[in-house]
Design a protein around this ligand. Structure first.
Ligand SMILES: NC(=O)c1ccc[n+]([C@@H]2O[C@H](COP(=O)([O-])OP(=O)(O)OC[C@H]3O[C@@H](n4cnc5c(N)ncnc54)[C@H](OP(=O)(O)O)[C@@H]3O)[C@@H](O)[C@H]2O)c1
Length: 166
């Protein structure tokens, strides 16, 4: 799906989170996330929704959950299945959708996504409890590789594009 992308920040072991929070908070990367997602739909699981410190302004929320309480929140679009979200994405071809996590949701959407922005942080965190799903890097082309450093942590931002299957 052309209008659906993953965006994530991972450690050297594909770490994503710890105790329902981010491991690294890199200012420049959070600004990049903001720039990409502003005005667009962001798709997340309930845990990630609950982990966000505040409602992110200017973004349209899609939350996957079986929690009936959340389905009554009229500030959110809520869905019960991945398939229903994919149908909504398909119907709204002129809108951009970003899968913003967490681990469960990345894993479910990875097969349907042809592009992902991964910020690869040159650091590890041994207590991490949530990870980005494994994927075969041979099936992706790396584009726009940029290298950064903030507070002595180096990281790369890579746009992965899925190779076309013949
Ligand atoms: N580094 C990054 O870029 C990044 C980005 C985002 C999040 N994170 C981190 O990732 C962690 C959270 O990830 P997580 O894997 O624990 O949780 P998650 O993917 O955010 O949410 C999981 C929840 O989403 C719902 N869900 C998942 N699959 C579903 C499906 N197929 N259909 C309907 N609902 C579904 C379920 O909610 P119900 O139980 O209500 O049904 C499930 O408990 C946190 O530590 C967060 O900080 C990191």
């Amino acid at each position: 799906m052309k209008n659906l992308k993953i965006i994530a920040a991972v450690g050297k072991n594909m770490e994503l989170g710890y105790r329902n929070d981010l491991i690294w908070k890199i200012k420049e990367d959070l600004q990049f996330f903001k720039k990409q997602t502003m005005g667009n739909y962001i798709i997340m699981g309930k845990n990630t929704y609950e982990s966000l410190p505040k409602q992110l302004a200017g973004r349209k929320y899609i939350v996957l959950t079986s929690d009936e309480h959340l389905h009554k929140n009229d500030k959110l679009l809520t869905f019960r299945t991945i398939r229903d979200v994919l149908e909504f994405v398909k119907k709204n071809k002129d809108s951009q959708f970003f899968v913003i996590g967490g681990g469960q949701i990345y894993k479910s959407f990875l097969p349907y996504v042809n592009a992902m922005y991964l910020t690869e942080i040159n650091d590890t965190f041994k207590n991490a409890d949530t990870f980005f799903p494994a994927f075969d890097k041979n099936q992706w082309i790396k584009q726009n590789i940029q290298v950064f450093e903030e507070n002595k942590i180096t990281y790369k931002r890579i746009l992965y594009l899925r190779k076309k299957t013949k």
